[in-house]
Structures are given as structure tokens and as C-alpha cells.
Write a protein that binds this ligand. Structure first.
Ligand code: NDP
Length: 310
């Protein structure tokens, strides 16, 4: 017999835990699967300085641990492991976890987040958290009055470069073609910022560093020239991919794979399935906005269960 669950939450970032806190307090008996990366993307960073309520900043792992404990305190059933398959063709929804347990759920909140893309260089991996970052708003502050590089030419890279230009003395943008993919407005913004220099037609060969972290980047230009630049930080801005693969046959996704939510709510194209956090948000992608959308999802679930006598 499959296990019957009233509210199943998939994911354990700020969106998942916040929806769990609200759902458990509302008596919806939520079960939360932590997924592949317990605590979510935030756990790949160090100090979170822009989450309200922590005047001195907060260690990302402590923040996530506190959210988990808060959800546990109100009775959320938090489980290690991930959901392996879903079937949203009929209600209740049918799911299987990675231990082959079968579940049926009256409502589902998808909060599986997104993952930043990396170049895949061994040197980039070596200096992750030691100068290599995929989040300017998280880590930019640590490079005050220093020199950094941002890879990419899309809106994310331009936004990161603009943000960093307000903090750092110099920002290089490493762009692999001779054009930016970003919107006109963002292009103009970076072009008109005095301390941003765009290195066109360049690919990163290697992130250079020592025991203390990143010291530079070795670049290969399209004309064959190899050269090094000195930087203290190396930021990835080559996009994110939403973790929506599992749902692609069931839920409406946008052209970049983000789950489409309806009318500014957390409702998805399947009634009874809700989405929160970065998996449905290509724009803001902040811990606080993810937490807020988790709250909205729990409130939407509560209403849905009530209206459907579930
Ligand atoms: P994009 O896919 O738009 O851009 C990715 C950029 O990274 C491109 O310039 C691409 O180069 C470059 N790139 C990709 N892979 C590599 C690689 N291996 N080496 C070097 N460069 C690489 O992603 P974004 O995250 O920028 O944007 C995603 C979506 O979100 C877009 O629709 C964007 O408009 C939107 N967005 C909107 C924002 C806003 O409105 N404020 C803010 C951020 C994103 P190339 O061009 O050569 O392919």
C-alpha cells in the first residue's frame, strides 16, 4: 500500500523549509524530502549578509539548519533522500522516492531550486569558496575595493558585473563572443560603467591561485593569444538551470525550463501542484524571495485542500 500524504514538499532550500513551517503550523501534516543538496544552494556559500533579521550576517549552514529545526518544531516529517518519479495524471498524485517507497499525495509543493552553471574546469572547482563564486549578491561584499572577473555575457553576468562594480575597484567581464547576449538596457549599463572592462572573444583556460585562493585567470582569445589577468575573485554568470527535469512531462515549463506559475500565485498548470523558490523564478533568485514564495505556496495549498475537502 502506498503511503498517503496530505502535503508533500520536495526540496529543502528556503522555499521548501518556509512552506514546511507554514504548512505544519496550519495542520497540513507536511512531509518534506530534502533532495540531493540538503539546505539548497545557500549551503554552497559562506556568510549570508542580506537575509533580514541578522544584523551581523549569518552562516549559510546555520541559517538553513535553523529553518530545518523550525520546521521540525511544528511537526514537519523531514526525510533524507529524493523523489525519483512523479505521476501527476490523476489525483491523488503518485510519487516514488529513491528507496522505491510509493507515495500518494493530495497536494505537492515543488521547491527543487536551481543550480548555477559552472565552466567545468578542474581549477575552478579547486577554488570554489576560495575566490570562485556563482553568486555576486552573496559574495561580492568580500571583494570590496578588489579586482574581480565575471564570466558570461547575458543578463545575469551583466547584473553581477554591475553589482560588483559598485563594490570592487575593477570588474573584468570575460565574454566568449564579440557581442553580449544581455538585453539592451543591461548592455548599456555595463558599457557605461567606468570600472567595468569587457574582454571580448575570450575563454577561460584556467583559474589561477595559491593556498590563499584565486590570484588570476588565464584567458585564451579567439586570435590564439593566451594571457593572464590578476583578479581576487572569479564569478560565474553563465546562467542557472532550474531543477525541473523530473516534472517536465507533467508541468508547464517556460523556454528555459522554469516551472510556470499562474496569475502571480504558486499554482502550476496542474491543480494541486504548487511551485516555490528558484525552480519557478528566473528573475530574483534570492533566499528571501524564495522563502516568501514558500510561504505563498503553503497558503495556496491550505486553500486548495479546504476547497476540495481534502
Ligand atoms: P543566458 O543563457 O541568457 O546567458 C548566458 C551567457 O553566458 C551568454 O552570454 C553565454 O554566451 C555565456 N556562456 C554560456 N556558457 C558559457 C561558457 N561555457 N563559457 C563562457 N560563456 C558562456 O543566461 P542568463 O542567466 O544571463 O539569463 C537567463 C534568463 O534569465 C534570460 O532570459 C535573461 O534575460 C533572464 N534574466 C533576467 C534578468 C532581469 O531581467 N533582471 C536578470 C538575469 C537573468 P553566448 O552568448 O555566447 O551563448
Amino acid at each position: 500500500m502506498p503511503e498517503k500524504i496530505r502535503t508533500l514538499i520536495i526540496g529543502s532550500g528556503p522555499a521548501g523549509y518556509t512552506s514546511a513551517i507554514y504548512a505544519s503550523r496550519a495542520g497540513l501534516s507536511p512531509v518534506l524530502y530534502e533532495g540531493m543538496e540538503p539546505g539548497g544552494q545557500l549551503t554552497t556559500t559562506t556568510v549570508v549578509e542580506n537575509y533580514p533579521g541578522f544584523a551581523e550576517g549569518v552562516d549559510a549552514n546555520i541559517l538553513m539548519d535553523q529553518m530545518k529545526k523550525q520546521a521540525l518544531r511544528f511537526g514537519t516529517d523531514i526525510r533524507r533522500g529524493r523523489i525519483r518519479s512523479v505521476d501527476f495524471s490523476s489525483r491523488p498524485f503518485r510519487l516514488t522516492d529513491d528507496k522505491d517507497n510509493e507515495l500518494v499525495a493530495d497536494s505537492v509543493i515543488v521547491a527543487t531550486g536551481a543550480s548555477a552553471r559552472y565552466l567545468g574546469l578542474p581549477s575552478e572547482n579547486r577554488f570554489k569558496g576560495m575566490g570562485v563564486s556563482a553568486c555576486a549578491t552573496c559574495d561580492g561584499f568580500f571583494y570590496r575595493k578588489k579586482t574581480v572577473a565575471v564570466v558570461g555575457g547575458g543578463d545575469t553576468a551583466c547584473e553581477e558585473a554591475s553589482y560588483l562594480a559598485g563594490i570592487c575597484s575593477k570588474v573584468y567581464m570575460i565574454v566568449r563572443r564579440d557581442v553580449l547576449r544581455a538585453s539592451k538596457a543591461m548592455q548599456e549599463r555595463v558599457m557605461n560603467t567606468a570600472n567595468i572592462e569587457i574582454l571580448w572573444n575570450c575563454n577561460t583556460q584556467e583559474v589561477l591561485g595559491d593556498m590563499n585562493g584565486v590570484t588570476g585567470v588565464r584567458l585564451l582569445r579567439k586570435d590564439g593569444k593566451v594571457f593572464d589577468i590578476d583578479v581576487d575573485g572569479f564569478f560565474l554568470g553563465i546562467g542557472h538551470h532550474p531543477n525541473s527535469e523530473l516534472f517536465k512531462d507533467w508541468l508547464k515549463l517556460d523556454e528555459n525550463g522554469y516551472i510556470v506559475t499562474l496569475d502571480g500565485s504558486s499554482r502550476t498548470s496542474v491543480e494541486g501542484v504548487f511551485a516555490a523558490g528558484d525552480v519557478q523564478d528566473p528573475r530574483y533568485r534570492q533566499a528571501v524571495t524564495a522563502a516568501a514564495s514558500g510561504c505563498r505556496a503553503a497558503l495556496d495549498v491550505e486553500r486548495y485542500l479546504l476547497e476540495n475537502n481534502l
